[in-house]
Design a protein around this ligand. Structure first.
Ligand code: UDP
Ligand code: MN
Length: 305
């Protein structure tokens, strides 16, 4: 019901950024592990009348590398594959995400090319309206469960939810919102789960494109004045792209987000542990239960099992 009805097959759309892979052995290995584990665990197969449609945002060199990696599955008809040109996407995105870029990009200057890091924010305006849902994934993931379960979660969105996203598992936003927290004693902003609002991690994103298109609230917030006002209110300046924007939005409009279980984006990075947050780190980093998706963020190795 959440997949597109084509002539025979229902399509389940998955999108990944896979760019600048040309001289990047590390990224290539990550993509291989992510793709192979996703396909091996997936029950979305043509014999059920269903197919995974993988959308890759890739420059020409990266495209050639990806084709080599997914080739076997593609030629057996177990996958649909589309490529999207980052240069063309940037042209469409830039006018939509320019205000976010100015507040949530690395460095003082917002570069035109950085628009691509905000693709998820404007995805509903980039994809044609017959694409109802997209799952956007980082490349540094390893699946231990069936990706179908992620698509099933769209059915559990509350009426105002437009995006499904897991919480950030390090005290990143405790750090970034230091000034706001200092001025608002007792705030939940930047506090750890289960009662706090630690902010989000965008490694696994459920984009309900239909609801993103239909939400007058969400679309009214894609606006320079709103972004600047909220950034000032929270004394916020970020560099993590879309996840900064979603985090900031959630502090004012939590109803836009469906929070995914931590096991579906189990982040392994511990960079913040020894940066002055030892005594609170575990409150952010702990995640009980069987891991469904590992996320080897900040280049952290992923366990073999
Ligand atoms: N990415 C890419 N090419 C690059 C760097 C990043 O395509 O040169 C994409 C890739 O999908 C990656 C995502 O951007 O998973 C986010 O980067 P990364 O996972 O390294 O960030 P982290 O999760 O460690 O913050
Ligand atoms: Mn990642």
């Amino acid at each position: 019901q959440h997949a597109k009805e084509s002539s025979q097959e229902s399509e389940y759309h998955v999108l990944q950024m896979f760019t600048k892979a040309g001289n990047n052995r590390g990224l290539i290995d990550k993509f291989k592990l992510c793709f192979n584990s996703m396909m091996q665990k997936s029950s979305i197969r043509p014999d059920n009348g269903e197919i995974l449609h993988l959308h890759l945002v890739s420059d020409p060199d990266s495209k050639a590398i990806a084709e080599g990696i997914v080739g076997t599955w593609l030629h057996k008809g177990l996958l649909k594959l589309s490529f999207h040109d980052p240069v063309q996407l940037t042209e469409t995105l830039h006018p939509i995400v320019k205000p976010m870029q100015e507040k949530f990009s690395a460095g003082a200057k917002a570069y035109y090319g950085d628009s691509i890091f905000f693709l998820s924010v404007g995805m509903h305006k980039v994809f044609p309206s017959d694409t109802k849902h997209i799952v956007q994934l980082d490349c540094d993931l390893k699946f231990r469960s069936d990706i179908r379960e992620l698509f099933d979660m769209f059915d559990h969105f509350e009426s105002e939810n437009v995006i499904g996203i897991a919480e950030e598992q390090q005290p990143v936003y405790r750090h970034t919102f230091w000034q706001y927290r200092n001025e608002h004693k007792g705030t939940k902003v930047g506090n750890p789960p289960p009662d706090g609002q630690p902010g989000f991690n965008s490694g696994v994103l459920l984009l309900d494109l239909d609801k993103m298109r239909a939400s007058s609230l969400y679309n009214s917030l894609l606006n320079g004045t709103v972004v600047r006002t909220m950034s000032e209110e929270f004394h916020f300046k970020g560099h993590l792209g879309d996840q900064d924007y979603f985090t900031l939005l959630s502090y004012r409009y939590p109803q836009l987000f469906h929070v995914l279980p931590c096991t579906w984006n189990r982040q392994l990075c511990t960079w913040w542990q020894d940066k002055g947050y030892q005594e609170v780190f575990d409150f952010y980093h702990d995640c009980a239960g069987e891991v469904n998706i590992y996320h080897g963020n900040c280049n952290t190795p992923i366990p073999d099992r």
